[in-house]
Design a protein around this ligand. Structure first.
Ligand code: PGA
Length: 253
């Protein structure tokens, strides 16, 4: 049976009051597949969101973290700080962080290692720009990201990492990759993991698609054999839209 993870990436949206309201409303949906659902919220909302979701089975997590456990890094948040709140997940290497905040494959690699050591599931984002896609370089580009990001990580640890394939040209643009384009890249990513590690590790990994996933296109994307779910930005901000995507995954599980 195919495994799923439907993860909402709120980005820099919602106040804590709004996060609590969302948490209460989504909990009330009583999803049968609640354990396959997670919400990635801004740091300031995590404690209260975690409380609102308590007992629902729905996971929650952060959108970024620093790789050092403590120190003189003004404005940063460490893995132990996230652990204290009880987060289950943390996004690493989102294209917005790579583009606007100087995230590199080296910092991504250090963050993955720090999270794995703490038992927090990283959701690693990879994906190419429109320019790379137009030059037909998407596979070379994404393989390069994966090899650098997984440097020095064992097969046992790699199996714990969730990968989100997010073509930059499809994020927040309303322009979704076609199900075939998304499947092709998710299958390619699984192949790279198979080559780096082994097929058993690759087959056990959750590989998500992200980029303008919404209720109207989720079922078709999620039905693809190598797509284990979605990392959902815009459509995760409204309870009913997000719930519709969760239900689409439940129908396929
Ligand atoms: P989007 O964002 O669903 O709004 O395109 C996805 C993401 O950036 O994770």
């Amino acid at each position: 049976m195919k495994k799923f993870l439907i993860a909402g990436n709120w980005k820099m949206n919602k106040t804590t009051a709004e996060a609590i309201e969302f948490g209460n409303e989504i909990k009330a949906k009583g999803f049968s597949n609640a354990k396959d659902v997670a919400i990635l919220a801004p740091f300031t909302q995590l404690t209260e969101l975690g409380k609102a979701l308590e007992g629902s089975g729905i996971g929650f997590g952060a959108q970024n973290v620093h790789f050092e456990p403590s120190g003189a890094f003004t404005g940063e948040i460490s893995v132990p700080m996230l652990q204290e709140i009880g987060v289950g997940y943390c996004i690493v290497g989102h294209s917005e962080r790579r583009e606007y905040f100087g995230e590199t494959d080296q910092t991504v690699n250090a963050k993955l290692k720090a999270l794995l050591q703490a038992g927090i599931t990283p959701i690693l984002c990879v994906g190419e720009s429109l320019e790379v896609r137009e030059g037909k370089g998407e596979q070379t580009f994404v393989a390069g990201q994966l090899i650098a990001d997984f440097e020095g990580i064992s097969a046992a640890d790699a199996a714990k990492i969730v990968i989100a394939y997010e073509p930059i040209w499809a994020i927040g643009t309303g322009k979704t990759a076609t199900p075939d384009q998304a499947e092709e890249m998710c299958a390619f990513i699984r192949g790279v993991m198979g080559g780096t590690y082994d097929n058993g590790t690759a087959d056990s990994m959750l590989i998500l698609y992200g980029g303008s996933m919404k209720p109207s296109n989720a079922a078709e994307l999620l039905a693809k054999p190598d797509i284990n779910g979605g990392l959902i930005g815009g459509a995760s901000l409204k309870v009913d839209d997000f719930a519709a995507i969760v239900d689409a995954a439940a129908a396929l599980a």
